[in-house]
Ligand binder design. Structure first.
Ligand code: NAD
Ligand code: UD1
Length: 349
């Protein structure tokens, strides 16, 4: 019996594969590599000393998904596969609805056909939109403000309706806050293609010398120092949450939603400060205008996951910065070693 990991070559998927293998789960990974490299999964094998099937499948193709269920004895699914760039989702909304929703509908349909009715789904704190005050609880009113967020809200609704229509269907919806960092080995990490949208990958590319400076988007928010506040969570803590979710599914019916965050909010300036302190590398930055669509503050109330999943984030902000830097400095170009750009030497980690 194996756990099927969709989108397992991606950032969160690859780290979760390590955690699953270390907890002795058998896994099968499918991915279309639209936003990842097969190299990440080779490194998962290097870290764990285990090999596992990796199959190139586009989840939009139902027949290919069904072939996986014919070939392997699947017991549960962790569904990471999705497109996730907020800005791109605004300009290519149809692509996002097609990719994220058809993929989900196909996997659910095939699972139903094969009576595999346990799924862990990757949702996002983005479903809270600008509603409610942090710390955000799961029952906070939702409301997405872009097509990416809409796909997550629609997916959550589909899973809720499925469990309501058939109690055999068990699902856990995980709303991630801001995953950062890398596996402690430095062998796998976040490898955004092109210019990173998110803070930590951008900051670490500045540190390694690929970018001249960080732009800090706004300093006039009603926060502790005027810059945006987020709940950054170490990727390995997040990965551990998926194993807990699978265990929870074994004993609980219905559809359940959990925040995965630390419950602590840090500002952009605090992130720069801690990163500099941990790595010893100065991060030049400039304050610029706010980024459209950003909110001032967003952090979780993680109590529900602590109580019901028996899960808690344990790694610190220093751990997140140290591990980000270990990955970035030993893989300046992610999984693409060929680039000739000049980089700084690793230090401090
Ligand atoms: P990622 O892009 O690194 O990984 C997603 C993987 O899915 C990639 O390997 C991609 O190639 C694959 N994929 C996409 N569409 C596919 C398809 N049609 N068929 C097969 N494979 C497909 O992203 P990630 O950061 O690892 O995110 C994983 C999940 O978590 C996504 O659903 C994302 O929306 C969600 N999420 C991510 C974050 C974050 O900050 N990283 C925050 C909240 C939620
Ligand atoms: C982004 C996504 C959100 C997703 C979340 C987690 C957008 C608009 N939102 O949000 O949907 O759920 O990631 O992956 O993309 N910042 C800078 N300079 C930068 C980059 C970011 O100052 O170069 C600031 C931002 O203004 C924000 C903080 O850093 O205050 C974190 O930004 P980011 O990493 O993009 O995450 P979110 O804004 O939470």
């Amino acid at each position: 019996m194996a756990v099927l990991v969709t989108g397992g070559a991606g950032y969160i998927g690859s780290h979760t594969c390590v955690e699953l293998l270390e907890k002795d789960y058998e896994i099968v990974v499918i991915d279309n590599f639209s936003n990842s490299q097969p190299e990440s999964l080779k490194r998962v094998s290097e870290i764990t000393g285990k090999i596992f099937p990796v199959i190139e499948v586009d989840l939009r193709n139902r027949e290919d998904v069904e072939d996986i269920f014919k070939q392997f004895n699947i017991q549960a699914v962790i569904h990471f596969a999705a497109l996730k760039a907020v800005g791109e989702s605004v300009t290519k909304s149809l692509l996002y609805y097609q990719n994220n929703l058809i993929s989900l509908l196909n996997i659910l349909d095939v699972m139903d056909q094969y009576s595999v009715q346990q799924i862990v789904f990757s949702s996002s704190a983005t479903v809270y939109g600008d509603n409610g005050r942090s710390p955000l609880k799961e029952e906070t009113h939702t409301g997405a403000v872009n097509p990416y967020g809409q796909t997550k809200l629609m997916a959550e609704k589909i899973l809720e309706d499925l469990s309501a229509s058939n109690r055999e269907w068990k699902s856990v919806i995980l709303r991630y806050f801001n995953p950062v960092g890398a596996h402690e080995s430095g062998k796998i990490g976040e490898d955004p293609g092109g210019v990173p949208n998110n803070l930590m990958p951008y900051l670490s590319q500045v540190a390694v010398g690929q970018r001249t400076h960080l732009s800090v988007f706004g300093c006039d928010y009603p926060t502790k120092d005027g810059t945006g506040v987020r709940d950054y969570i170490h990727i390995m803590d997040l990965a551990a949450g998926h194993v807990k979710a699978l265990q929870f599914l074994e004993n609980n019916e219905g559809c359940h939603t959990f925040n995965l965050g630390t419950g602590k909010g840090y500002s952009v300036l605090e992130m720069i400060h801690v990163f500099q302190q941990v790595t010893g590398i100065p991060i030049p930055y400039q304050i610029v205008d706010r980024r459209a669509g950003d909110i001032a503050e967003c952090f979780a109330n993680p109590k529900k996951a602590e109580k019901h999943l028996e899960w808690k984030a344990v790694r610190t902000l220093s751990d997140m910065c140290r591990d980000t830097w270990r990955w970035q400095s030993s893989n300046p170009f992610g999984y693409h070693p060929q680039s000739k750009m000049k980089t700084k030497k690793a230090s401090g980690a």
